[in-house]
Design a protein around this ligand. Structure first.
Ligand SMILES: *Cc1c(COP(=O)(O)O)cnc(C)c1O
Length: 964
C-alpha cells in the first residue's frame, strides 16, 4: 500500500479490524520477542521461513476496509441477488428456521465456535444435539442406526455406493444401479466417484432394477419428478437379486410416507436441509446417512454413541473412532473428516422444536397444498407426469415459454426441464395465497380457480398424492426430547442448557494443532443469515445470483493472490473433499496427456490421515515416504522412491509447513524431484495460516492445494463442520477441476464431473472468508501470520523447560504450532497425554491435538487471535500440570490416584462424601485462580470409550438412564 493510501485508510479507521483480530498488541509483541531473545519480527521470520521461498513483497490486495464499511459493501453485493419465491425443489427447499434456533444456535458463538467433540467431557451439549439428530433420522427413515452427518446428499449417495461395493459379498458384480430419476447432481457426483472405484453405473428406470446384475441400487424417494415409487416392490426385486438397496429420501416426506427401513432398505440417505436450514445457494446443510445394524461398523462419518463415565453415569461420545482415516489411512473406507455438525444440530433442534405432531402438520400441509395445485391443474386439463406426489408436480405438454414469462413477472422460480416439462415443488413456507399465484403463473390469470374450493374437494374426495398402501403407519420422534420443549421458554432453556455444557472459543483458547481455531469475528458472521444470501436456491437462474457471483469472484481473486495459483475451484465443501478434487484433477490431466497409467501417490509418513484416504478414493496406490529423525521428509528416501516409481508416479502430497510444524528447507527440492519424474505436487493447505502473506505454495512448486477456509480463513468450526475446502490449481489443471451438471462452470471441461452437490459447495459461508480478507488487507494478513508464528514460538519457549519440544527448524524455531513430547514423561510417571488433556479441562482449557502427527504427543497451535494474557494463562496451566506430574514421579501421589488420572473433576466428585484422594477438593476442581473466577464444569467424568464401543448405542437413551 502506498503511503497515501495508508494515510487515507488510517483516517477512515480502516486499520482497526486487524487489532481486533490479532491478540497481542505492540507491547506484547516486544515482550514476547524479548522472551525469545530475537530482536524483531523480521528477524524471527528470517529464522523461521527459508529465504528461498519468501514472497518478498506485500500481497496485492485492496486496502483494508473497516467492519462497518465491509458490511455495507457486502450488503450492496447481497442486494444484487434476487430472492424470488422458489419452487425449484430438486433437493433444496425453503424453510422457516425457528427464530429461537436461529438466534441461539446458528448466530451464537457458543455453538458455532466449538471444536469437533473429541473431548466429550466438555462437549456433552452438542453431543446430545447430534444424538437428537441421529435419533430423528433413525425414526423418520426407520433404520437401526444413523451417523451425525455427511457433507451433502450427493456425496452421501457416493458413500452409500462405496459401502455397498465393500459390504456386498454375495454379488460378484462391479455394477451399481442408479434409478434414472435420481437427482441429476447426485448422479453427477456418483459418476465422478465410480470412475475411480472401478464401478460401472447402470442408469435405468427404477422398475427395471431386476433386469440388471448389480451389487447395489439407488432409488430416489420421492423421485426427481415427484413420483412416489412403490419402494417396497423395488427393494424386494433388487434384494431378490441380492443387490443391496440404497434410498435417497426426502426427510419431510417420510413423515407421511412409509419409511424405507420398514420396506427393507439397507441404507437411507439424504439432505436434512429443509429441517430449518436455509438453502444458502447450496449449503452448508447436513446430509444424513442411516443403515441397518449389520452395517454399523462400516458406516462412514462420525457416529455419536452412548457410553458411561468413570462414575457409571451416562455419557455421550463419538463412537468407534478406530474407523477414522487418521487411524486407517489408505485402508480407510472414506475420507470424511469435517462434516456438518452445526447444521445437523440445527436440523435436530428443528425436530425437537416441532416434535412429531409439528412435523406431521408441516408435511401434511405441504402435501395438501400440492394436492390442491394438482387438482386445479387437472381441472384445467393440464397433464401431470405422475399420478403420485408428496410435494412436487411435473407438468407436461405445457407452454414452458409462456409460463416462464409469467413466472418472471411474479418473481417466481419454477423448474424448467430441458425438454419443456415444468416442475413445481412446494415447501413449508408455501401458503394458500402462494398457490393462487402459482395458478396465475401456470395457467394465466383467467383461470377462475379458488384455492379454498379446491381444498374442500381435496378433503371431501381425499384427493391426495400418496398411493394406497404407502402411507406411513409407524410412530416417530417419540423420545421425550422431542416432546418436552414445545414452548419457546422450554426450548430456549434447553438450548442454553446444552450450550452451557460445552467449552467453546467463548470460554478459552482451543489450541488445536493443525485445526487453527482462530477468531470467527461477529462482523464476518453477520452476513450469512441475510436473506439475500440465505434464501437463494443453488439452481436459481444465474441472473438472480449476481451478488453471489461477484462475491465468489472477488474471494477467488483474493485466494489466487494469496496462494500463487492461477485458478480457484470453489466446489469442495471440506478439506478432505478438496484433496479428493485436487487428486482427481491431477488424474484427469494426466489421462489427457496420455499418462493415465500414472497412479502412485507418495505421502510422507507424517501426513494427515485424510491424505492417504483421499488418494485411495482416487484409485491411487499410496507409497509412504519416510521422515528423518528431525521430522523432515527424508530426501534420500524420496529420491529412491521417485526413481523406483518414475514410470507410474502420479503425485506427491505434502503439507507445508509440515505437520510437524516446521518449514522444511528442502521443499523446493522435494517439488523439483517429483516434477522431474513426471509427477504433480499436491500441497495440503491446512497449515496455510503459517504462510499467508509471506510465502505461497503456488510459487515454491505446488500444482494444487486445498485451503481449509474453516481453519485459515475464519469460517467457524461449528463443532465439526461446516467447512469449505476450495482448491487452488495451476493453469494446466484448471480445465480438470469439477464442473456441475445442473449449473455448468465456465472454463472447466464438460466431462469433469462434480465432487459436491452444488457448484460452489457451501456458498453461504463464503462471505465469512471474504470479509476476513477484506477487513485485514495485505499487511494485516501478513501480520496475522507473523503473530501466529510468534505466539507458537513463545509457547515453545515457555514450555521447553518443562516438556521437550519435539521438532524445530534449522534455526531452532517452530512454525505456527509446536509439538511437545509426553512419551518420556509417561515412561517415568505413567501419566499419559490423555491425562494431561483431561486435566486441562480442570484448568478451563480444551486440550491441544492429541497424538497427531506423533503418538504420545500434544500439538499446540495458538493462532494469532490469542492474546499474550490468554497464552500465558495456558502456559501457566501446562506448567502447573507438569509440577503435578512431578509429585506423581516423586511418589507423593500414587500413579492410580492423583489429580491427573482422576481428571476431569466434576461437581459429582466434589459432592461425593467419600472423597478418598490424596489431594483436596479445591486442588481437584479449582487448581488456578482463573478457574475460581470463571469455571467451565465438565458435565461428566472421564468417558469410557471401550465400554461404549462394545455396547454400541447410537440412539437417545431413555430418560431412566439419566435418572438412575
Ligand atoms: C484438517 C486437515 C485436513 C482435512 O480437512 P477437513 O476439512 O477436516 O476435511 C487435511 N489435512 C490436514 C493437515 C488437516 O489439518
Amino acid at each position: 500500500m502506498s503511503t497515501d493510501n495508508r494515510r487515507l485508510a488510517e483516517l477512515a479507521g480502516h486499520d482497526a479490524f486487524v487489532h481486533r483480530h490479532n491478540g497481542p498488541g505492540t507491547a506484547d509483541v516486544e515482550a514476547m520477542l524479548a522472551t525469545l531473545g530475537v530482536e524483531s519480527m523480521p528477524a524471527l521470520i528470517d529464522k523461521t521461513i527459508p529465504a528461498g521461498i519468501r514472497l518478498g513483497r506485500e500481497l496485492d490486495l485492496d486496502p483494508p476496509r473497516g467492519e462497518a464499511e465491509s458490511l455495507t459493501y457486502l450488503k450492496r453485493l447481497a442486494r444484487q441477488n434476487k430472492v424470488f419465491k422458489t419452487y425449484i425443489g430438486q433437493g433444496y427447499y425453503n424453510t422457516h428456521t425457528p427464530a429461537v434456533i436461529l438466534r441461539n444456535v446458528l448466530e451464537n458463538p457458543g455453538w458455532y465456535t466449538a471444536y469437533t467433540p473429541y473431548q466429550p467431557e466438555i462437549a456433552q451439549g452438542r453431543l446430545e444435539g447430534l444424538l437428537n439428530f441421529q435419533q430423528m433420522v433413525m425414526d423418520l427413515t426407520g433404520m437401526d442406526l444413523a451417523n451425525a452427518s455427511l457433507l451433502d446428499e450427493a456425496t452421501a449417495a457416493a458413500e452409500a455406493m462405496a459401502l455397498c461395493h465393500r459390504a456386498n459379498k454375495k454379488v460378484k458384480s462391479d455394477r451399481f444401479f442408479v434409478a434414472d430419476d435420481v437427482f441429476p447432481q447426485t448422479l453427477d457426483v456418483l459418476r465422478t466417484r465410480a470412475a475411480y472405484l472401478d464401478i460401472e453405473l447402470v442408469v435405468d428406470a427404477a422398475e427395471r432394477v431386476a433386469e440388471h446384475e448389480v451389487f447395489g441400487a439407488l432409488f430416489q424417494y420421492p423421485g426427481d419428478t415427484g413420483r412416489i415409487h412403490d419402494l417396497g416392490a423395488l427393494i424386494a426385486q433388487a434384494s431378490e437379486r441380492r443387490a443391496m438397496t440404497c434410498v435417497a429420501a426426502d426427510l419431510m416426506s417420510l413423515a407421511l410416507l412409509k419409511e424405507p427401513g420398514a420396506l427393507g432398505a439397507d441404507i437411507v440417505l439424504g439432505n436434512s436441509q429443509r429441517f430449518g436450514v436455509p438453502m444458502g445457494f447450496g449449503g452448508p446443510h447436513a446430509a444424513f446417512f442411516a443403515a441397518t445394524d449389520k452395517l454399523k461398523r462400516s458406516i462412514p462419518g462420525r457416529i455419536i454413541g452412548v457410553s458411561k463415565d468413570s462414575r457409571g453415569n451416562t455419557a455421550l461420545r463419538m463412537a468407534m473412532q478406530t474407523r477414522e482415516q487418521h487411524i486407517r489411512r489408505e485402508k480407510a473406507t472414506s475420507n470424511i473428516c469435517t462434516a456438518q455438525a452445526l447444521l445437523a444440530n440445527i436440523a435436530g433442534f428443528y425436530a425437537v422444536y416441532h416434535g412429531a405432531e409439528g412435523i406431521r402438520t408441516i408435511a401434511t400441509r405441504i402435501h395438501r397444498l400440492t394436492s390442491i395445485l394438482a387438482e386445479g391443474l387437472r381441472r384445467k386439463g393440464v397433464a401431470l407426469e405422475n399420478t403420485s406426489w408428496f410435494d412436487t408436480l411435473t407438468l407436461t405438454g405445457v407452454d414452458a415459454g409462456k409460463i416462464h414469462g409469467r413466472a418472471l413477472t411474479h418473481e417466481v422460480n419454477l423448474r424448467f426441464h430441458a425438454d419443456g416439462r415444468v416442475g413445481v415443488s412446494l415447501d413449508e413456507t408455501t401458503t394458500p395465497a402462494d398457490v393462487a399465484v402459482l395458478f396465475d403463473v401456470l395457467l394465466g390469470e383467467e383461470h377462475d380457480l379458488s384455492v379454498s374450493a379446491l381444498d374442500d374437494a381435496v378433503i371431501a374426495e381425499n384427493l391426495g398424492g400418496i398411493p394406497e398402501g404407502q402411507t406411513r403407519e409407524s410412530a416417530y420422534l417419540t423420545h421425550p426430547n422431542f416432546t418436552r420443549y414445545r414452548s419457546e421458554t422450554e426450548m430456549l432453556r434447553y438450548l442454553k442448557r446444552l450450550e452451557n455444557r460445552d467449552l467453546s472459543l467463548t470460554h478459552a483458547m482451543i489450541p488445536l494443532g493443525s485445526c487453527t481455531m482462530k477468531l470467527n469475528a461477529t462482523s464476518e458472521m453477520i452476513p450469512i443469515t441475510w436473506p439475500e444470501f440465505a434464501n437463494i436456491h443453488p439452481f436459481a437462474p444465474r441472473d438472480q445470483a449476481v451478488g453471489y457471483k461477484q462475491m465468489i469472484d472477488e474471494l477467488s481473486a483474493f485466494l489466487v493472490e494469496i496462494t500463487g495459483y492461477d485458478h480457484i475451484s470453489m466446489q469442495p465443501n471440506s478439506g478432505a473433499q478438496g484433496e479428493y478434487a485436487g487428486l482427481v484433477a491431477i488424474r484427469r490431466y494426466q489421462a489427457a496427456q496420455g499418462q493415465g497409467h500414472r497412479d502412485i501417490c507418495l505421502i510422507p509418513s507424517s501426513a494427515h490421515g485424510t491424505n492417504p484416504a483421499s488418494a485411495a478414493m482416487a484409485h491411487m496406490k499410496v507409497v509412504v515416504v519416510e521422515c528423518d529423525e528431525r521430522g523432515n521428509i527424508d530426501i534420500d528416501d524420496l529420491r529412491a522412491k521417485v526413481e523406483q516409481h518414475s514410470e507410474r508416479l502420479s503425485a506427491i502430497m505434502i503439507t507445508y509447513p509440515s505437520t510437524h510444524g516446521v518449514f522444511e528447507e528442502t521443499v523446493r527440492e522435494v517439488c523439483r524431484l517429483v516434477h522431474d519424474h513426471g509427477g504433480q505436487v499436491y500441497i495440503d493447505g491446512a497449515n496455510m495460516n503459517a504462510q499467508v502473506g509471506i510465502t505461497r505454495p503456488g510459487d515454491f512448486g505446488g500444482d494444487v492445494s486445498h485451503l481449509n477456509l474453516h481453519k485459515t480463513f475464519c469460517i467457524p468450526h461449528g463443532g465439526g463442520g461446516p467447512g469449505m475446502g476450495p482448491i487452488g490449481v495451476k493453469a494446466h489443471l484448471a480445465p480438470f477441476v469439477s464442473n456441475h451438471v445442473v449449473t455448468p462452470i465456465a472454463g472447466v471441461r464438460e466431462d469433469s464431473g462434480a465432487v459436491a452437490a452444488a457448484a460452489f459447495g457451501s456458498a453461504s459461508i463464503l462471505p465469512i472468508s471474504w470479509a476476513y480478507i477484506k477487513m485485514m488487507g495485505a499487511r494485516g494478513l501478513r501480520e496475522a501470520t507473523e503473530l501466529a508464528i510468534l505466539n507458537a514460538n513463545y509457547i515453545a519457549r515457555r514450555l521447553e523447560a518443562h516438556y521437550p519440544v519435539l521438532y524445530r527448524g534449522v534455526n531452532g524455531t517452530v512454525a505456527h504450532e509446536c509439538i511437545i513430547d509426553i512419551r518420556p514423561l509417561k515412561a517415568d510417571s505413567g501419566i499419559s497425554e490423555e491425562d494431561i488433556a483431561k486435566r486441562l479441562m480442570d484448568y478451563g482449557f480444551h486440550a491441544p491435538t492429541m497424538s497427531f502427527p506423533v503418538p504420545g504427543t500434544l500439538m499446540i497451535e495458538p493462532t494469532e487471535s490469542e492474546s499474550l494474557f490468554e497464552i500465558d494463562r495456558f502456559c501457566d496451566a501446562m506448567i502447573a500440570i507438569r509440577e503435578e506430574i512431578r509429585r506423581v514421579e516423586a511418589g507423593e501421589w500414587p500413579q492410580d490416584n492423583n489429580p491427573l488420572v482422576n481428571a476431569p473433576h466434576t461437581m459429582a466428585d466434589l459432592m461425593d462424601a467419600a472423597w478418598e484422594r490424596p489431594y483436596d477438593r479445591e486442588l481437584g476442581a479449582f487448581p488456578s485462580e482463573a478457574v475460581k473466577a470463571a469455571k467451565v464444569w465438565p458435565a461428566v467424568n472421564r468417558v469410557d470409550n471401550v465400554f461404549g464401543d462394545r455396547n454400541l448405542i447410537c440412539s437417545c437413551p431413555s430418560i431412566d438412564a439419566y435418572r438412575d
